[in-house]
Write a protein that binds this ligand. Structure first.
Ligand SMILES: NC(=O)c1ccc[n+]([C@@H]2O[C@H](COP(=O)([O-])OP(=O)(O)OC[C@H]3O[C@@H](n4cnc5c(N)ncnc54)[C@H](OP(=O)(O)O)[C@@H]3O)[C@@H](O)[C@H]2O)c1
Length: 348
């Protein structure tokens, strides 16, 4: 059978279709390149912002002291991260109020602060067990606020407690659940409620306004879930969303709210004795924290290695992170139960 010969019109139509397909492909390529440019620019911008915030942005702590008053209040100040905040703030010229549970440890902390070379000003303490605090306890903080109205520049809501070890929710006793919520949620909220008037100050106070720094946790901020620590993670999630809301609510009243969320830090709570690159000492963490305090964003993790880990976690599918964390916590639980059983055996 003879193949029909293409006419001139057929050739023209084929050329036009070919030219159109090239144009469409070029357009598609250009669109793809544009999307790629936007995505890469976004990542570059966020990387540059991280570098700026971690290493280059000026610390606002000196201006907090200058503009907002002479007192800093630190909760959970007798140990770990809180004690390091108290020491660092004293060294930077603040009067410091230490708030914590054990009076003997508070006395020791006060002596330690007063003995620091080249420091002056007052150090005071109030002992409160936040697991069972009453209105009377919170009134003591209100009374402190009344006495130093307009001169409280910084409140560090650092107090927090975690589980004795990784546990399923049904294994927790009622007292531990109540303590976790009282210490992590109620104390943070009520300490702020007691001291906020003193931070806002009277309209006539030259130093009115200040900063409330809440210590959250990677358990709620960086991880999609924290199985076997669910009440701890949930309590920190409360602190995070409450901080965001308070930040907006009090912006016009010159009170800056910020949540800083550490990942692991070498303290008693984390049961980590030796600091590492990824689990820094409380002092290293606090130095990063004070370099960022009061600067945007509202929710941040101040130690740069934690920031990098957080970014990496963000790129991994949630189900994979959930699976890895569950496996890790199950093994923590197994080891803790083994240790407990050995101790009980020794006692017998
Ligand atoms: N370490 C970490 O890896 C890590 C990670 C993420 C977030 N965080 C957060 O960082 C904050 C500080 O933790 P940390 O590791 O420094 O803890 P820590 O070493 O266990 O110190 C806790 C401090 O809080 C006080 N405290 C505990 N229970 C209290 C209560 N019922 N009433 C009053 N004070 C109480 C302790 O007082 P006593 O000396 O009297 O016991 C101590 O001063 C917490 O909010 C924690 O959730 C820590």
């Amino acid at each position: 059978m003879a193949v029909p010969r293409p006419t001139l019109a057929d050739l023209k139509a084929a050329m036009t279709a070919f030219a159109q397909s090239i144009q469409t492909r070029e357009l598609a390529l250009a669109a793809l390149a544009f999307v790629g440019f936007v995505v890469v620019s976004k990542y570059l911008l966020s990387l540059l912002t991280c570098i700026w915030r971690a290493f280059l942005s000026p610390a606002s702590l000196p201006s907090i002291r200058r503009k907002h008053g002479s007192w800093a209040v630190v909760t959970g100040a007798s140990d770990g991260i809180g004690l390091e905040y108290a020491i660092a703030l004293r060294k930077r010229g603040f009067n410091v109020l230490l708030v914590s549970r054990t009076e003997s440890k508070l006395k020791d902390a006060k002596e330690k602060l007063e003995a620091l070379p080249n420091t002056k000003g007052s150090v005071d303490y109030i002992a409160i067990d936040f697991a069972k605090a009453t209105d009377k306890d919170y009134d003591k903080l209100s009374a402190f606020g009344d006495k130093h109205m307009g001169d409280v520049a910084l409140l560090v809501n650092n107090v927090g407690m975690s589980y004795p070890h990784a546990m399923f929710f049904h294994e927790l006793d009622a007292e531990t659940i109540a303590s976790l919520i009282n210490v992590n949620v109620v104390a943070t909220t009520r300490v702020t409620h007691a001291l906020l008037p003193a931070i806002m100050g009277r309209a006539t106070d030259a130093t009115k306004g200040g900063v409330v720094l809440n210590i959250g946790s990677g358990a709620a901020t960086a991880l999609p879930s924290d199985p076997l620590y669910s009440v701890y993670a949930g309590s920190k999630a409360y602190v995070q969303q409450w901080t965001r809301s308070m930040a907006v609510e009090y912006r016009a009243k010159k009170v800056t709210f910020q949540l800083q969320a550490p990942l692991y830090v070498a303290t008693k709570m984390a049961k980590i004795r030796k600091a590492t690159f990824t689990a820094p000492s409380a002092r290293t963490f606090v130095e990063s924290s004070l370099g960022r305090v009061g600067n945007p964003p509202i929710v941040t993790t101040p130690y740069w290695v934690h920031g990098v880990l957080w970014s990496i976690l963000n790129t991994i599918p949630e189900t994979a992170v959930d699976y890895a964390r569950m496996s890790m916590c199950l093994s923590i639980r197994k080891r803790a139960l083994k240790k407990k059983a050995e101790k009980e055996k020794e006692k017998k």
